[in-house]
Design a protein around this ligand. Structure first.
Ligand code: NDP
Length: 493
């Protein structure tokens, strides 16, 4: 293998499979300025230090809109709104609460094209992913929890579930709408009210969701959306009238929030980072495994908490796996995220691109070999990172230990299943893992030994509203999704 930093297209593969451009042409209306969503009204921020910040399209750096920054006074107004709405909402007949959730799900389906386009423009992910993965899962989440709203006593037999109260929910930028739905749907189904803080770079779709809440006449104050940077999230987390914190994001911020929750003795659920192992055994179907590896690390530019970023291959098949991986990697098309043929979109933000580039540098400096063999041409503007992989990776290398959150794979090998498990578990994280083998008994045996919240077998990155998701160790605690996801939003007596 050679190290290349290809800037010209690689005619051996990419150019041999030409595609005509197929850009999504539907126009989506974007207002020049967006306010906060409190009590079912879009209201300008009132805090002294409030201002508006730009949200940009990371694929071309064009400004899409200005977004309001909520200061402490706005956070307070939003929390008070959620507080005031709580008594009536929690007393509402559960079948009535379910009707709201069903209506939200249906409106999401009806507006899914617009939402998918906006998600792609604001976040940089390929349209085929926001259209075919994110949006169907977002609608499914509301449908699924609508079904639970009037059946909570069956979810917790012998116990009496009651709502927790006012829930502060802070979400990241990698799956903006999906994370909003993972948090809001179970909270509402259980009779809680919500204040949601989206990530600074991806607020637009959460504000579109706010429009849907108004369209379905959700009572004012039941869901409030406050936009702004980390300091807005911090003010929200520290508000004395919050009964529950739900967070998805970095382990560093997760730990800060855990401290706040411990001091105030409130409920908290954390879904943090990962460095998930994908293990290929010599009896696996290698072609199938390669597809799983590609989906595991290059889906959503690797901005995935459960990305299969460490690939462990049984030594005897390592050359074959690397050759096939390299071949498949070359066929990935990087470019305009709104093009329906694009596989790899833009990196979400300039700071995130800088972080990824630092990891690429550290991998090379520490002795690993970087393979940037994908021949796509980097567009002239925007934030881009070609999908790539490292070989000659040692477990002590930074790229094998830390979450990169980009399209960068670390390839390593193992000899025996015992060694595979030891190496896979050698991480402070424990979110997900993948096993590729033809032997069912071997898979079941190994899956129980992997310290990961989710273990996929002969597949990767598969999600369903009915299936719980969450981590061990520094990947957080509690589960979202499925019946387990209800547990975050009820007190049980
Ligand atoms: P953060 O954890 O900083 O951001 C997640 C959310 O928390 C955002 O809404 C953010 O706001 C908010 N936030 C930031 N600081 C605070 C705070 N002190 N109190 C309350 N809320 C806060 O992640 P980053 O965006 O900075 O990404 C850094 C790294 O984190 C990535 O490189 C990746 O490794 C990891 N990450 C993991 C994710 C996962 O799904 N597990 C998701 C995103 C990132 P704002 O965006 O406005 O700053």
């Amino acid at each position: 293998m050679t190290t290349t930093t290809a800037t010209k297209p690689d005619t051996s593969t990419t150019a041999a499979w030409p595609y005509a451009p197929a850009p999504e042409k539907t126009e989506v209306e974007i207002a020049p300025r967006y306010h906060l969503f409190i009590n079912n009204s879009f209201t300008p921020p009132k805090s002294k230090k409030s201002r508006y910040f730009n949200t940009i399209n990371p694929a071309n750096e064009n400004t899409l809109a200005e977004i309001a920054q909520a200061g402490p006074a706005d956070v307070n107004i939003a929390v008070e709104a959620a507080h005031a709405a709580l008594p009536k909402w929690k007393r509402l007949k559960p079948t009535e609460r379910a009707k709201y959730l069903f209506r939200i799900a249906r409106r999401i389906q009806e507006r899914s094209r617009e939402l998918a386009i906006l998600e792609t423009m604001d976040g940089g992910k390929p349209i085929k992913e926001s259209r075919d993965v994110d949006l169907p899962l977002v609608a499914q989440q509301f449908f699924y929890y609508a079904g639970w709203a009037d059946k909570l006593k069956f979810a917790f037999p012998g116990l009496s579930p009651t709502p927790v109260g006012v829930c502060a929910q802070i979400i990241p930028w990698n799956f903006p709408l999906l994370m909003a739905s993972w948090k809001i749907a179970p909270a509402l189904a259980c009779g809680n009210t919500v204040i949601l803080k989206p990530a600074e770079t991806t607020s637009l779709t959460a504000l579109r969701l706010a429009e849907i809440f108004r369209e379905v006449d959700l009572p004012p104050g039941v869901v409030n959306i406050i936009t702004g940077p980390g300091s807005t999230g911090e003010a929200l987390a520290n508000h004395p009238k919050i009964d529950k914190l739900a967070f998805t994001g970095s382990t560093v911020v997760g730990k800060q929030l855990a401290r706040i929750a411990a001091q105030r003795n409130i409920k908290i659920s954390l879904e943090l980072g990962g460095k998930s192992p994908n293990l290929i055994f010599d009896d696996a179907s290698i072609d199938q495994a390669i597809e799983g590896v590609i989906a595991g690390i290059y889906f959503n530019q690797g901005h995935v908490c459960c990305a299969g970023s460490r690939l462990f291959v049984q030594e005897s098949i390592l050359p074959e796996v690397i050759a096939k991986l390299d071949h498949r990697l070359k066929s990935l098309r990087l470019g305009n995220p709104l093009d329906k043929n694009t596989d790899i979109g833009a990196i979400n933000s300039k700071p995130q691109l800088k972080t990824i580039n630092q990891y690429l540098k550290s991998g090379r400096n520490e002795g690993a070999i970087l393979h940037e063999t994908n021949g796509s041409i980097i567009p002239p503007k925007g934030y881009w990172c070609k999908p790539c992989y490292f070989t000659e990776v040692q477990p002590s290398h930074t790229i094998a230990r830390e979450e990169i959150f980009g399209p960068v794979l670390a390839v390593m090998s193992f000899r025996t299943p015992e060694e595979a498990i030891t190496r896979a578990n050698n991480t402070p994280y424990g979110l997900a893992a993948g096993i590729w083998s033809d032997k069912g008994a071997k898979i079941f045996n190994l899956a129980t030994k992997l310290k990961a919240g989710v273990v996929w077998c002969n597949t990767y990155n598969k999600f369903d509203a009915a299936s719980p998701f969450g981590g061990y160790k520094e990947s957080g605690f509690h589960r979202e999704g499925g019946i387990h996801g209800l547990r975050n939003y009820v007190n049980l007596t």
